[in-house]
Ligand binder design. Structure first.
Ligand SMILES: Cc1ncc(COP(=O)(O)O)c(C=O)c1O
Length: 384
């Protein structure tokens, strides 16, 4: 049996999404910037996809800027807003201490350019509280960036409250909502977001396409220049198949949201109950209540997460120790460090992330294998 429990790293392309993308990969291949008829048809289809996405996130179509990834969108927003709005009175960027590396590294690059960067600490539940932001923000702040859902531990931030604080000090607010679809209802206006980031491959869409939602009233400098596509905000030939795929995937995600949440929650609850019964001394990382149902980040204690991961993978079960991006880097997760995990337990964690294509039988098989794996590894452990 092959069991994929790494849906926070990426998801399988929904066959319905592929079906809608296929014509744009085969017969409808025109460049949407071309003036001839097929080009104009492609531009029309692009415009419709943009309108669909705008409606689903409660924003204006002209605020949607398609990119090649969420990594690019986050770089564009963090660097673009900082660089375009810098002044002798405003020079500070605030991000949370548990942001994805593409936000964190963007902020660290800005630090080299002389910007002041502050990190909002997370509490032991992995939450970024409004009080913690209040302590750091002042009138020199240009932008605050806090992710809606954390990719490693699945915790959910109170975006509305955080955005209000940012605005009350004259700062703009961005949220990386890559892990939030379809768990949170997205509405940029109601949430108070000036900027938002999404990535299609996290919600059963294709890889290689993301978006930055921008408030066009706010100055932002492009990251990629060239032919002037996306109204000059992001040059590069429009990835029509990818953009169509993103729009269809987002539409399906919200149309089928309630059944999906029910399914994923049932799988997660079944997993957690069975796990606690099968294996002693396991602990959940992050808030118990303010979390998305797709994620369980679990500390096993006494044994290495990587050893568990590799053993499980031999048995056909595919999980991760944290974010996919840090999988090639065995340094302890800075997210787990930020939530105050004991240093002896930093490397003892596995992220299980559930999705549309998982079944209860897969969960039962995983628990059975996990029980054997953990028992065996603990039997070798000098500290168990
Ligand atoms: C929270 C978060 N932000 C950004 C990214 C980067 O997304 P992409 O793969 O589209 O660059 C990821 C992917 O792991 C993520 O989980």
């Amino acid at each position: 049996m092959q069991v994929y429990l790494d849906n926070a790293a990426t998801t399988r392309l929904d066959p319905r999404v592929l079906a809608k993308m296929r014509p744009y990969l085969t017969t409808k291949y025109a460049n949407a910037s071309s003036i001839h008829r097929p080009g104009q048809q492609a531009f029309l289809d692009l415009t419709r996809a943009r309108q669909t996405v705008a409606k689903l996130i409660g924003g204006e179509a002209e605020g949607i800027i398609f990119t090649a990834s969420a990594t690019e969108a986050n770089n564009f927003i963090i660097k673009g807003v900082a660089r375009a709005n810098r002044s002798p009175k405003k020079n500070k960027i605030i991000i949370s201490s548990i942001e994805h590396p593409c936000v964190r590294e963007s902020a660290l690059e800005l630090e080299k350019e002389g910007f002041k960067i502050e990190f909002i600490p997370a509490n032991s539940d992995g939450l970024i509280t409004p009080a913690a932001l209040q302590k750091l923000i002042d009138d020199t702040t240009i932008l605050v960036s806090v992710m809606a859902v954390n990719n490693e531990i699945g915790t959910v931030a109170d975006i509305v409250a955080l955005a209000k604080i940012a605005h009350s000090r004259g700062a703009y607010f961005h949220s990386d909502a890559v892990q939030a679809v379809p768990y949170l209802k997205l509405d940029v206006k109601k949430m108070g977001l000036d900027f938002l980031t999404l990535s299609a491959h996290k919600f059963y869409g294709p890889k290689g396409v993301g978006l930055a939602y921008i408030n066009r009233q706010i100055k932002i400098r492009p990251l990629i220049v060239g032919g002037g596509q996306e109204d000059g905000y992001r040059s590069g030939t429009y990835n029509i198949p990818g953009i169509i795929g993103l729009a269809v995937a987002l539409e399906l995600a919200y149309r089928e949201r309630s059944a999906y949440l029910k399914k994923v929650t049932a799988l997660r609850d079944h997993f957690w109950k069975s796990l606690k019964k099968a294996i002693p001394e396991v602990k959940l990382n992050g808030s118990r209540t303010k979390r998305v149902p797709a994620n369980l980040n679990i500390m096993f204690g006494y044994i290495e997460g990587e050893a568990i991961l590799i053993d499980l993978s031999f048995k056909g079960i595919h999980v991760s120790t944290g974010s996919a991006c840090s999988a090639t880097n065995l340094k302890a997760s800075y997210v787990l460090r930020a939530i105050g995990l004991d240093k002896n337990f930093l490397n003892s964690n596995i992220r299980f992330s559930f999705g549309r294509f998982n079944t209860p039988a897969e969960i039962d098989y995983t628990i059975k294998c996990l029980k054997e794996t953990v028992k065996r590894l603990r039997s070798f452990s000098p500290v168990a």
